[in-house]
Design a protein around this ligand. Structure first.
Ligand code: ADP
Length: 542
């Protein structure tokens, strides 16, 4: 017997329709590439998304055709999220920090038909357009009078001209909720990038879950600043969860430095922000010397790489801001775990609660996880035993785009490539990427632990730990350190700083001072590059 309830496909257009009808006057504020501030409402945004949908019909795009973007977080990008997916096409957000050859490679692989780009990326598009063989339409995300006349890009049109030629008379089509809605390529630190192809169903379910109180806790009372880019994994789904709840959205555009972010938080009364640790490092670096405080910010979600305990403490102790540590990946839309306490933790001391909050968190309903050993058998949830982390759920990939039947799944589970522990309460702690684990004398050393201790030293701006071949122990850890401008620390001081904070045999063998730590396209430490930089390095103990 089937239930007798209405059946409606879960479609991305439903989110913007809801926001328009029930939160029509909630604001969307953007810092534009031009530097000025643009502000309008969900109602105005929904109208323009429908004009865009009409324009895409006018370009004769077929159902499921790919529309690529090279754009910062801003209102036009937000309209593309809805106009493209809502009309049945697939939004392909391209990470502009990738190498130009890689951008051309993924545009061809995705068979993009249209490329919409912010004017900051004009030189990039000029460099790659001739290599992108499927793109028929280039759209500059700017006013008509800002369109360059001599760009060399064929048929370049301004976004405003494209949509202003259309009415907003458009009915969002209904179709199978499993239809592809958007796609995102992984950074491809090993081999060619691979694409996760999200569906309307997976994105809507993810948006629901992300908004839950124990997850990102997004509500109509919030003003949210996603610093996490809309060009990578849909800005953690915030553009969808915000529409679902009617939260005010504040987009930073290209200005991601500490000063600009701080000014936007204050002027727009932001209550909530989300981003990777490197961004918050810059923000804290701006606040501290100037003695600045936040007046409205209450929470921040930090994820994408391990959030150092020193950062969680600084936000809490110096600014009274709650940090929610999150873990996820492109293949998971991206949220997997978030760290919030349970009712029973109220009885714990401050220190004990902090020890839990430093972990990556517990599963969200919709994501199941397990850790497995070398023989593939499940390992205990004791908070000590390390294993390879596997996940499954309705917003986890089962195949990569064009993977030609080579599913990454193992018995229905997706191997994340991360290594971690799970404790008896289900809290995950990531200790490493499996390829970054340091194996010393048969024991594992967590590079994340070593880095976290180093960045707790006041003179250290950034630290990256790698393993170096050792004749006796196989591998020993060394830590590459970037010192804060104007500060000093010696090798000996830093090594003694480790004493008492970790087991003796886990203390790095050496400190290498560097001028810069290589970061990848999503702001994460690029260990492959660091290993390459240090390829001639010899351990003092070897
Ligand atoms: P890519 O770097 O290929 O673009 P993702 O952006 O999908 O990939 O990053 C996913 C990976 O980032 C995870 O598998 C994990 O290694 C790392 N990561 C994400 N969040 C955290 C976190 N809170 N702590 C530690 N590692 C994290």
């Amino acid at each position: 017997m089937l239930g007798l309830m209405q059946s409606q496909p879960l479609l991305i257009s439903g989110l913007i329709e809801f926001a328009e009808r029930h939160h029509g006057d909630a604001e969307i504020v953007s810092r534009r590439v031009e530097g000025d501030i643009h502000r309008y409402t969900y109602k105005a945004s929904a109208k323009r998304a429908r004009q865009l949908a009409n324009a895409l019909d006018g370009l004769n795009l077929a159902f499921s055709d790919r529309v690529a973007t090279l754009a910062w977080n801003g209102y036009r990008h937000f309209e593309l999220y809805y106009g493209v997916s809502g009309s049945g096409r697939v939004l392909h957000t391209v990470n502009p920090r990738l190498h130009p050859d890689q951008i051309a490679w993924i545009a061809n692989h995705a068979e993009d038909q249209v490329l919409c780009f912010d004017m900051s990326f004009l030189p990039l598009v000029q460099a790659v357009h001739a290599k992108c063989h499927t793109i028929k339409h280039f759209v500059a995300l700017c006013d008509e009078d800002k369109l360059p006349t001599d760009s060399g890009i064929p048929n370049l049109i301004s976004y405003e001209a494209l949509i202003n030629a259309q009415t907003d008379d458009y009915v969002w089509p209904s179709f199978d909720e499993n239809t592809a809605s958007s796609m995102c390529y992984t950074s491809g630190t090993t081999g060619n990038p691979k694409a996760a192809l999200y569906s309307h169903r997976s994105s809507t379910l993810h948006a629901f879950a992300a908004a839950l109180p124990d997850v990102m806790c997004i509500s109509a009372r919030d003003a949210i600043l996603p610093v996490v880019p809309m060009f990578h994994v849909n800005a953690w789904g915030i553009p969808y969860s915000a529409a679902l709840t009617g939260a005010k959205l504040v987009f930073p555009g290209p200005a991601m430095d500490g000063k600009s972010i701080y000014e936007l938080i204050e002027s727009e009364k932001v209550t909530y922000a989300a981003g990777v640790p490197t961004v918050w490092q810059m923000l804290l670096g701006h606040l501290k010397p100037a003695g600045l405080k936040f007046s409205t910010l209450r929470r921040t979600v930090i994820g994408g790489s391990a959030c150092p305990p020193a950062m969680i403490r600084a936000f809490k102790d110096d600014y009274g801001i709650e940090v929610l540590h999150a873990w996820g990946m492109t293949e998971m839309s991206p949220l997997g775990t978030l760290c919030t306490l349970k009712n029973k933790h109220d009885a714990l001391s401050e220190e004990e609660r902090m020890a839990i909050l430093l972990k990556q968190g517990r599963s969200i309903y919709g994501v199941d996880m397990k850790i497995v050993g070398d023989n593939g058998s499940e390992l205990p949830w004791d908070g000590k035993t390390y294993g390879d982390l596997y996940v499954k759920g309705p917003w986890v990939v089962h195949d990569y785009y064009k993977s030609e039947g080579q599913s990454p799944l193992v018995d229905g589970w997706f191997p994340t490539g991360d290594v971690g522990t799970i404790d008896a309460d289900g809290y995950l702690q990531i200790t490493d990427r499996s390829k970054d684990v340091i194996k010393s004398g048969g024991e594992w050393i967590s590079s994340i632990d070593i880095e976290n201790i180093a960045v707790a030293h006041p003179a250290v701006a950034m630290a990256a730990c790698i393993g170096v071949v050792h004749p006796k122990w196989d591998e020993r850890p060394i830590v590459a350190v970037l010192v804060r401008p104007g500060m000093q620390v010696t090798r000996e001081e830093l090594l003694s700083f480790y004493e008492g904070k970790t087991a003796k045999w886990q203390i790095p063998d050496d400190v290498v001072f560097v001028d810069a730590i290589p970061l990848g396209a999503t702001g994460k430490i690029l260990k492959t590059k660091l290993r390459e930089m240090l390829k001639d390095y010899k351990l003092p103990s070897a």
